[in-house]
Ligand binder design. Structure first.
Ligand code: DLZ
Length: 173
């Protein structure tokens, strides 16, 4: 019996065991020494959630600017429960990085909203390569702050489980 004084609440969980779904990952080749680490972190985290590598499809694109286009193409197939976009934008001498980051963020958000699935923003925007490295599972000596690819995979798992929780409630009503 639900309490009428309590709001109906939907929650997903980053630890929800995933089964029978596919996840797409789009990864930028620019700053590949970083993005390969983000990808490894994401695949490892999905595996821990019960999603083996055979349930993951990876699409490589030249740079972060192209992430949303490839995410849109994957989403259009209807095969994926979520898509994770991974990139590393490092500040240069001009404002180029800013334009790429703005376009990548807006494009990724648009794909998720228009295609109706979680599309996760896993793009590092750093001043230096060293900053990016410590966010991509770099050494403890460098000041380890985790692997953002793994964190984004966890966000994808949580969103997939949230979508499932909302759908299950709709079916129940
Ligand atoms: C051109 C460019 C530059 C300068 N810097 C980055 C970067 O730091 N990270 C990244 O992911 N991509 C960069 N790119 C490439 C663009 O994202 C894009 O691939 C090209 O402009 C071609 O559209």
């Amino acid at each position: 019996m639900t309490d009428p004084n309590t709001p109906r609440t939907f929650t997903g969980s980053p630890d929800h065991p995933l089964g029978g779904v596919r996840i797409g990952i789009v990864v930028a080749r620019w700053n590949e020494s970083i993005t390969r680490r983000l990808l490894a972190g994401a695949v490892h985290r999905l595996d821990a959630a019960g999603l083996p590598p055979r349930a993951i499809d990876v699409a490589w694109v030249p740079g972060s600017f192209e992430l949303s286009f490839a995410a849109d193409r994957l989403a259009a197939t209807g095969r994926y429960a979520a898509i994770v976009c991974l990139g590393a934008i490092i500040k240069g001498e001009t404002s180029h990085d800013h334009h790429i980051a703005t376009a990548a963020a807006a494009g990724i958000e648009t794909v998720g909203r228009e295609r109706g699935l979680p599309v996760i923003f896993g793009v590092l925007t750093c001043d230096t390569l060293a900053q990016a490295m410590v966010r991509a599972g770099g050494d403890a000596a460098d000041g380890y702050v985790g692997n953002k690819g793994a964190e984004c995979a966890a966000a994808a798992v949580e969103m997939v489980s949230l979508v499932a929780a909302i759908a299950a409630e709709e079916e129940r009503r």
